[in-house]
Ligand binder design. Structure first.
Ligand SMILES: Cc1cc2nc3c(=O)[nH]c(=O)nc-3n(C[C@H](O)[C@H](O)[C@H](O)COP(=O)(O)OP(=O)(O)OC[C@H]3O[C@@H](n4cnc5c(N)ncnc54)[C@H](O)[C@@H]3O)c2cc1C
Ligand code: SF4
Length: 357
């Protein structure tokens, strides 16, 4: 049986109290929301905080604003997947939440935990004994791992041995969808509160993948008011439809005018870098969503995606599938039949039948 190392447990009742504990405990403390990522990681000894600060008693983190657009960080993924007050233009948020893991995990896992999810790698998401057999790696260079988000100069990267950084993969489903929707997040510490665009929460490094300070609590996610003409979707590729992490996620939102011209667009790739990767959409804006425009944009979008040999499937195939998946998401937003768009993308990427979207 894998056991966690001993830790102190706090369950404050308010955000202010939680912020005070996080400030007092410093780097030894870690936030515990649904625990669906933290607890397995503690058992694998990927990190070993001395203190866990649980959010489960903080009611204010589970509330939504009257317009349904501000969600407390402890809102469960299941609640978001069923969030009827979310406008249709923001359906990418519902789709992404509904595609995380299993019903049990979505019932427990929260949106805050999903957005702060640890990055993943074949050489890291293993038991302490497995990792010891390869002499560990940079992200968790000892038998008790390291404090999450703390860059260290020790150890080797087995994916890119000469590399000074870690290439572990951002695997959150919600982030690419919410960034595409233009979401913001609120962070609270003992010093006060700040709100930043969700995209600015991330940095492209598998160890220091969040820009928030260690003692900052993510308290809420805010989506913009829905504007006429916007539509959105989230496409996920995974090995098993029942419950796998994404091999690729595509969050896409765009605004079409009455004549079908693209007025604005945001496309964000998940699981192809250490952060959710926004794609430059300038080539798409100002023209119609023709097949030619979609294909040209999708080919360009695949350029910056840099899947490495540290998750499921071969990196060459994963790179190729980006193009097909981006094109499929845009065809769906154009109004094509989504089944047909999916079949076309599958055949373009030569995806074998059992693989799931
Ligand atoms: C079998 C399995 C399959 C999974 N599949 C998927 C998948 O397909 N897609 C996917 O995206 N995820 C997947 N997950 C990961 C995880 O279940 C989800 O991402 C979930 O949303 C995490 O939320 P949580 O509340 O359980 O987070 P926790 O495990 O409690 O926390 C996760 C991280 O976020 C930090 N944190 C949590 N809340 C806050 C906050 N409010 N402020 C600051 N930091 C915070 C924690 O300190 C920790 O670092 C899977 C997990 C398992 C075990
Ligand atoms: S990318 Fe390299 S350093 Fe990062 S977890 Fe994987 S092996 Fe370790």
């Amino acid at each position: 049986m894998m056991r966690c190392r001993p830790f102190r447990y706090h369950a404050p009742r308010t955000v202010a109290e939680a912020a005070k504990i996080l400030r007092g405990e410093g780097p030894d403390a870690m936030v515990l929301a649904g625990g669906t990522d933290v607890i397995p990681n503690l058992k694998r000894k990927q990190f070993a905080p001395r203190t866990l600060v649980a959010l489960r008693r903080i009611g204010e983190l589970r509330t939504a604003s009257d317009d349904g657009l501000t969600l407390g960080a402890a809102t469960t993924l299941d609640a978001i997947a069923r969030h009827a007050a979310l406008p249709e233009a923001h359906r990418a948020a519902r789709i992404a939440a509904s595609k995380v893991a299993t019903p049990q995990i979505r019932n427990r896992g929260t949106i805050g935990g999903n957005l702060c999810l640890d990055t993943r790698c074949t050489y890291y998401d293993q038991s302490a004994e497995w990792r010891q057999a390869i002499d560990f790696c940079k992200k968790a260079p000892g038998p008790h791992g390291t404090a999450i988000e703390t860059p260290v100069e020790q150890g080797i990267c087995w994916v890119a041995p000469g590399s000074p950084r870690c290439w572990a993969v951002s695997s959150t489903d919600a982030a690419p969808a919410l960034i595409a929707l233009g979401a913001e997040v609120t962070l609270v510490s003992a010093d006060g509160e700040r709100t930043i665009p969700l995209t600015d929460l991330y940095a492209d490094d598998g160890m220091a993948f969040l820009t928030k300070k260690r003692d900052e609590l993510l308290t809420a996610v805010r989506l913009p008011a829905a504007v006429e003409g916007w539509r959105s979707t989230y496409w996920k590729l995974r090995r098993r439809g029942a419950f796998d992490f994404p091999i690729l996620g595509v969050g896409a939102a765009l605004k079409l005018d009455a004549g079908g011209t693209v007025e604005a667009a945001r496309v964000v790739l998940g699981a192809v870098a250490s952060r959710p990767l926004p794609v430059d959409t300038s080539g798409l804006v100002g023209g119609p969503l023709s097949d030619e425009a979609i294909d040209a944009f999708a080919a360009k979008a695949a350029g910056p995606a840099k899947p490495l040999d540290n998750t499921d499937f071969t990196l060459h195939w994963r790179k190729r599938v980006v193009r097909a998946w981006v094109a499929g998401a845009l065809r769906e937003l154009r109004g094509d039949d989504s089944e047909e768009a999916s079949l076309l993308s599958r055949s373009a990427a030569r995806i074998p039948e059992p693989l799931s979207v």
